[in-house]
Design a protein around this ligand. Structure first.
Ligand code: DC
Length: 219
């Protein structure tokens, strides 16, 4: 029997991380935050002084990546880097290094290995198109760039950071452009994905909708 996978793809700040981890919790499934893997490679590259344009050198780092995920924390070579991979510097670099085909293929097997019984919820950009094309349920979660910038703004203010809406909007647009225009595994919905616009929905409403689709597919 194949192990069921639910994929949740979508642009930056669409809420897919929160949605996917809540889904995993509700179903008792494992959870893959594939963006964290790109962020780990970006952090490793930055710390080792690797040029973000050097796809071959970054692919080597990616191939040696042995991250450990436990209790909402991620560590690399025994060091907890949960917060470090969320900095703006790492976010920007992750988006740049993700364009390299060798980096993407070096991370492929690592991502597939997360598929363990009783099931997996995977979030990212190419979960439904490239990594788990045979997923039982594929969701493409979007939200307007304004809604996403507002959510990010709120999160940053809550964490005590200062944030400017024009700068956030500009940054999100630049990341969207890079993620969707790249030649390898661009951000786009799988042909068999359900599209869900969360601009005016709460996280709970999004989770309930996906659970409903999941239940209708399994009953
Ligand atoms: O989902 P996130 O913001 O943590 O992802 C960080 C970066 O990694 C993002 O700019 C795009 C890239 N990424 C990707 O190319 N493919 C994935 N499956 C997940 C993330």
């Amino acid at each position: 029997m194949t192990i069921p996978v639910i994929t949740v793809d979508g642009p930056t700040a669409s809420g897919k991380g929160t949605v996917a981890s809540r889904l995993a919790q509700a179903l008792g499934y494992h959870y893959l935050d594939s963006g964290a893997l790109y962020r780990l490679v970006a952090l490793d590259g930055l710390e080792q002084g690797v040029d973000p344009d050097d796809g071959a050198a970054l692919a080597q780092l990616a191939a040696q990546l042995r991250p450990r995920f436990a209790d909402g924390h991620v560590s690399l070579r025994g060091r907890d880097v949960t917060d470090m991979i969320r900095t703006e510097d790492v976010s920007r670099t992750a988006s740049r290094i993700a364009v390299h085909a060798p980096v993407r293929s070096a991370l492929l097997e690592l991502q597939k290995a997360f598929r363990e019984a009783p099931g997996l919820v995977a979030d990212g950009r190419d979960m439904g198109t490239v990594v788990f094309p045979d997923a039982a349920l594929k969701v493409f979660l979007t939200a307007s760039v304004e809604a996403r910038a507002e959510r990010r703004h709120k999160q940053l203010i809550e964490k005590g950071f200062t944030a400017s809406m024009p700068a956030l909007l500009q940054d999100l647009r630049a990341r969207d452009e890079r993620d969707s225009q790249r030649a390898t595994a661009p951000l786009k919905p799988a042909e068999d994905a359900y599209l869900l616009d969360s601009s005016t929905l709460s996280i709970d409403e999004v989770v309930q909708q996906i659970l409903h689709w999941h239940a209708s597919g399994t009953t």
